[in-house]
Design a protein around this ligand. Structure first.
Ligand code: 5AD
Ligand code: SF4
Length: 439
């Protein structure tokens, strides 16, 4: 029996799909296959923006015929969208052929739900209220070697006014530090070379007292695990970024000198409406503090344009922040109203054509920054963790610690190895060059 998982959204979801694959394996679905050959298809959905939802709706709808032809095929829909209030009913009405709807809080029950569905003909909808750890006993099927994701927190307490995450993922829960460390040790022993710690707001790790230590302490402990590997973490919230954390980053060579610090906007009035709890000045002073400890540390960010009532001048403050903070790159989004959030109720929603025009200007500015940072690597040697082979280009590829993707030729399969790349040219986020022997 085969499985196929369709994933939408962020790293959190990608990692959750690895756990779903682990559960499916346990249930006897041996291998991942193309969608037409699968005996179970799982949609791991995202609801952070409307287009992620539309995408999922389109893909699920397209399976009607396949389900008619394959009577024993199980179609399951999980993830954030399934957990959204009222969405399970809408899904069942629109697509009566769905067999199973499960939420973000009952991942660990997926195996039992599949058994129940196999035993009877009726569809099952099982959504739970928030609860504790979701991964006890689940062995993920890792798909990102030589990288591996490790959850440290689930949920979010911040209630940024535009964001639906706290509603679908519940309050912030921290995994026990000893469980995180055990997982990291075993991943490193298995040969994984890049560990990314995951949470909606890693800096507030242990806010519920369940972790047993603060985030800087946890990061310090993770980076102290023996072995050659890199450590990354995301996402940091600017309201909780600290000098202690910057010092831990500095202390360990294993921790990549790169910080993902979503600013969302460069305007204080908009930041206030977003309930972000920091100002532009505070944000910039944090980056300055970081760069006083780690000179030129690259910072990446998330930015939203077209938040309700955003004026042209306020948008320009976001544009100027990109320059002033010298972001290495940025994820840029058009504000998407999410039912149930405060911002969706606000007056002054921005017309789509205005937001589209703003995002184009923002992307142009971000691209300029991206090019500028990439150009700084030309003529230099940078360490790359080889991740993959690009058939089309006939080149191996992997990232350096600043997240730039390096491409190079090699006779030997280098996936999973650290190599030194002498960069000859740069294009956007990509660097091209030749391998040099390590001295
Ligand atoms: N509209 C647009 N972007 C959003 N994000 C979160 N919610 C929304 C929304 N309603 C963005 C934020 C966040 C990233 C993961 O997604 O920038 O940091
Ligand atoms: Fe959403 Fe804000 Fe929490 Fe990030 S910190 S998940 S943007 S509520």
């Amino acid at each position: 029996m085969n499985y196929h998982i369709v994933t939408y959204g962020c790293q959190m979801n990608i990692h959750e799909s690895e756990k779903i694959a682990g559960i499916l394996k346990e249930k006897g679905y041996g291998t991942e296959s193309p969608i037409e050959e699968a005996d179970i298809i799982v949609f791991n959905t995202c609801c952070i923006r409307e287009n992620a939802e539309n995408h999922a709706f389109g893909n699920i709808g397209a399976l009607k015929q396949l389900k008619r032809e394959k009577k024993n095929l199980i179609i399951a829909v999980g993830g954030c969208m399934a957990q959204e209030e009222g969405k399970a009913q809408i899904l069942r009405q629109k697509f009566p052929f769905i067999d199973l709807v499960f939420g973000t809080h009952n991942l660990s029950e997926l195996g039992d739900l599949i058994d129940r569905r196999r035993a009877r003909r009726k569809a099952i909808v099982s959504l739970r209220e928030e609860r504790g750890e979701t991964e006890a006993g689940i062995e993920p099927v890792r798909t990102s070697y030589p990288g591996a994701w490790v959850n440290i927190t689930y949920g979010c307490n911040n209630f940024c006014s535009y964001c639906i995450v706290p509603y679908v993922r519940g309050r912030e829960r921290s995994r026990k530090a000893e469980d995180v460390l055990r997982e990291v040790r075993s991943l490193v022993a298995e040969g994984f070379r890049e560990i990314t710690l995951l949470g909606q707001n890693v800096n507030s790790y242990n806010s519920d007292g369940q972790g047993g230590m603060s985030f800087p302490e946890l990061l310090d402990a993770v980076a102290s695990v023996e072995g050659k590997f890199r450590v990354r973490f995301m996402t940091s919230h600017p309201k909780d970024f600290s000098e202690e954390l910057a010092r831990v980053m500095k202390k360990h060579e294993k921790i990549c000198n790169l910080l993902h610090l979503p600013a969302q906007s460069g305007s204080n009035r908009i930041l206030n409406l977003m309930n972000r709890r920091y100002t532009r000045e505070k944000y910039l002073s944090e980056i300055a503090m970081l760069r006083s400890i780690i000179p030129d540390c690259p910072v990446t960010t998330d930015l939203i344009v077209g938040f309700p009532t955003e004026t042209e001048e306020e948008f320009e403050e976001t544009l100027s922040l990109v320059k002033e903070a010298n972001f290495a790159s940025a994820f840029t989004f058009v504000y998407s109203p999410r039912t149930g959030t405060k911002a969706a109720e606000m007056e002054g929603q921005i017309p789509e054509e205005v937001s589209k025009e703003r995002i184009m200007r923002l992307v142009a500015q971000v691209n300029e920054n991206t090019r500028n940072l990439s150009a700084t690597f030309v003529g230099k040697t940078t360490e790359i963790l080889c991740e993959d082979y690009d058939e089309k280009k006939g080149l191996y590829l992997g990232r350096n610690e600043a997240g730039r993707m390096g491409y190079f030729a090699s006779e030997r399969n280098l996936i999973g190895e650290f190599v030194e790349l002498k960069v000859e040219r740069a294009n956007g986020v990509s660097l091209f060059g030749e391998l040099v022997e390590k001295s």
